[in-house]
Design a protein around this ligand. Structure first.
Ligand SMILES: [Zn+2]
Ligand SMILES: [Zn+2]
Length: 228
């Protein structure tokens, strides 16, 4: 795993999808669970770093897409682990409603790929978290609602060290920071507004759902992506 800061690591076992590990409290927090078939590798990565599945206290889900929630089913065989998500994502996360579909030919392609290669199962229950309603056990981190990619996409922000974990609001695949392709966002207008809000924040280290982290004055890179 890659260290972003003391107690904040990016897990490498997810392949093209990032999960983050936050340590330092009495237990561990995972941000996103990665694809289902990478879940054994995720647990192996934790084990290689001295942690066991019983150390995980909670998983915060940035949004309900199969590449970020597939690993939950294996993790939740540990019955004590709690799942947190924005209230707008919980109906899809718990299987009450289908995951809203993507738009256009690219969206169709991605969904066809996901159905075949990224199976996932809804969870039985999830706890809501949103701005002003932090995740229990994670008091140093603020929850931001950064909708657009999905309606209830959230980001996590640690203001002391200015770390932002933004899910799929931005991608850094290939080391090139960019917004996720338009048709893969439910509401491109909302993505622009979320980006604008985030670009006004002090962000030193940025961790995206895909690709490596951006270190040292990440806000400068985010600013450039906001449409004039
Ligand atoms: Zn996504
Ligand atoms: Zn993603």
């Amino acid at each position: 795993m890659i260290r972003l800061a003391e107690g904040v690591h990016r897990l490498e076992s997810g392949g093209f999808v990032n999960s983050y590990l936050i340590t330092g409290g009495s237990d561990l927090t995972l941000i996103d669970a990665g694809p289902a078939r990478r879940a054994p590798a995720l647990l192996a990565e934790l084990k290689a770093n001295g942690y066991s599945p019983t150390d995980i206290g909670r998983v915060v889900v940035t949004h309900v897409h199969a590449d970020h929630v597939g690993g939950l089913s294996l993790l939740l065989t540990q019955r004590h682990i709690r799942v947190f998500a924005h209230p707008l994502e919980i109906p899809a996360l718990t299987g009450l409603v289908p995951v809203p579909s993507l738009r256009g030919p690219l969206g169709f392609l991605v969904e066809t790929f996901a159905e075949q290669f990224l199976p996932w199962k809804p969870v039985e229950a999830a706890f809501p978290t949103e701005p002003g309603h932090p995740v229990r056990g994670l008091p140093q981190w603020q929850v931001l609602h950064t909708p657009g990619h999905t309606a209830g996409s959230l980001s996590l922000y640690e203001p002391v060290r200015q770390i932002l974990l933004c899910g799929d609001l931005l991608s850094n695949r290939g080391g090139r920071l960019h917004p996720v392709a338009g048709s893969l966002n439910r509401d491109p207008g909302a993505v622009e507004r979320s980006l604008k809000a985030v670009s006004a924040m002090d962000v030193d280290i940025l961790g995206c759902g895909h690709g490596p982290e951006v270190r040292g004055g990440a806000f400068r890179h985010i600013e450039k992506l906001v449409p004039a």
